[in-house]
Design a protein around this ligand. Sequence first.
Ligand SMILES: [Zn+2]
Length: 119
Amino acid sequence: MNDTIRNELESRLLEERDRLQEDLDHAVEESRDASDVGDLSNLKSHPADSGTQEDEADTDLRIAERATERINRIDAALTRLREQPDEFGRCEVEGKAIAIERLRLVPWTTRCAEHAPPR
Ligand SMILES: [Zn+2]
C-alpha cells in the first residue's frame, strides 16, 4: 500500500467519522426530545402516544449505539493507520493484504472478505 492510498483511506475515514458524529448528535437530541415529552402531564393527557414515543426513543438509542460503535472502529483504524502504516490493511486473521476495493468500501475493517465476521 502506498501513501496515496493511505491518504485516500484516511480521508474516507475522517469523512465517515464526521457523518456518523452528526447522526449521533441528531439521535441523542431526538431521544432527549422524545423522553421530554414523556413527563407526567403529557402522559395523562395523551396516554395513547406514550408507546410511540418510547419506540422512537428506542430507535434513536439504537442509532446512537451503532454510530458510537462505528466511530470507535474508525478511531481504531485511524490510530493503526498513523502508528503502524505498514501494517494497515492487513487481515488480522492471516496477515494477508485486504483487497483495496474492500478497504475503499469499509476502510475501518480489520479482516479480509474471507474472514469477515457475519454482520
Ligand atoms: Zn483474512
